[in-house]
Design a protein around this ligand. Structure first.
Ligand code: AVI
Length: 326
């Protein structure tokens, strides 16, 4: 080693904890939601290994500008976000996916620990292993957890104040009252003096929003229909993807995108412990994606008990990043 070389202390390899068994039984949950009068599949079932990759592809689509808009906000306002959030704190990344969004903030936030939480255990494991090679000095923890039920951070996570990161407008996938309850749990996870950094897609023209969720290449259609394959695996069902079509539209009244899979013909589907008939045009609701206004987002954070809040938007006011003090 030459005299000008700098030694970076190596953090131990990422610790990985699978906490999924502690949450509700996903097979029972699926059987109940498919048998309901208005059948639905919770969006977390999108994210099997193929679904996680299809979501990455969605983020590359010109019609789906959310990821790029958020990235531009972080590029432009990253330093200010770090000043408000504080540096050298644990960074808890909820729904970490490929960990790319959080990685963008490592330089400015200089976290003391990176905690990636996601339901997709295998994908998270893979991404965290690659990430730790790029950031050998940063201690990392992976938690495979369905944090939509409970947000329990084990002792291995450094104590607060923490920065809890929830990017990508995933908050939009909760119904408003569930979003409120979830934000309250996030606030508790921050600890005194901590904060959340949250991304939210904003209400814009219906045409643009329709296209973002029904792109001409059919990537979002593949993402949506792939959920049926995951259901087949989870409860030994016999959905035939070819019998279903992708439906997605923005409803300006509820300010949400609705995604459904719609039966192309009459079908009978069986699964372990049950089954049901669907008539042609019957739908299974797979996702809502609520769009926010800036006042609406501020009000939601206040109702969840947060204090000082800062908001940044992209140049087209299509996406917002909020930082709210716990
Ligand atoms: C993960 N979530 C924020 C995405 C969204 O925009 O609601 C999921 C998605 N569904 C279809 N396209 C993307």
């Amino acid at each position: 080693m030459g005299s000008n070389d700098v030694r970076v202390p190596l953090a131990p390899a990422p610790r990985f904890l699978d906490l999924r068994t502690a949450s509700a039984d996903p097979a029972a949950e699926l059987r109940a939601s498919l048998a309901a009068d208005a059948p639905f599949i919770a969006p977390k079932f999108f994210y099997d290994p193929l679904g996680s990759r299809l979501f990455e592809a969605i983020c590359e689509l010109p019609e789906y500008p959310l990821t790029r808009a958020e990235r531009r906000i972080f590029e432009r306002h990253g330093e200010e976000i770090a000043t408000r959030a504080g540096i050298d704190r644990p960074l808890v990344d909820l729904g970490a996916g490929n960990c790319e969004k959080a990685e963008q903030l490592f330089r400015v936030l200089a976290p003391s620990q990176y905690v990636a939480v996601d339901i997709a255990a295998d994908f998270l494991h893979e991404c965290l292993a690659a990430l730790s090679l790029r950031h050998p000095g940063l201690p990392m923890v992976g938690l495979a957890q369905d944090f939509t039920f409970a947000l329990a951070l084990p002792d291995i996570v450094q104590p607060g104040p923490r920065t809890v990161f929830y990017p990508g407008s995933s908050i939009g996938n909760f119904a408003p009252h569930d979003a409120l309850a979830f934000l309250e749990r996030m606030r508790a996870a921050c600890g005194p003096g901590g904060c959340v950094v949250l991304g939210a897609d904003l209400v814009r023209h219906k045409h643009a929003l329709d296209l973002a969720y029904d792109d001409p290449l059919g990537v979002t259609a593949a993402f949506n229909l792939n959920v049926l394959r995951n259901v087949n695996r989870c409860i030994d069902a016999d959905f035939d993807v070819a019998d279903w079509r992708h439906v997605a539209f923005f409803d300006p009244v509820t300010a949400r995108i609705e995604m459904h899979v719609e039966a192309r013909c009459d079908v009978a589907v069986r699964w372990n412990g049950g089954g049901r008939r669907f008539r042609a045009t019957d739908r299974i609701h797979t996702e809502n994606s609520y769009k926010y206004t800036l006042p609406g987002l501020g009000a939601l954070l206040r109702r969840a008990g947060f204090g000082d809040t800062w908001l940044w938007t992209d140049e087209e006011d299509s996406f917002a990043v909020a930082l709210a003090a716990a």
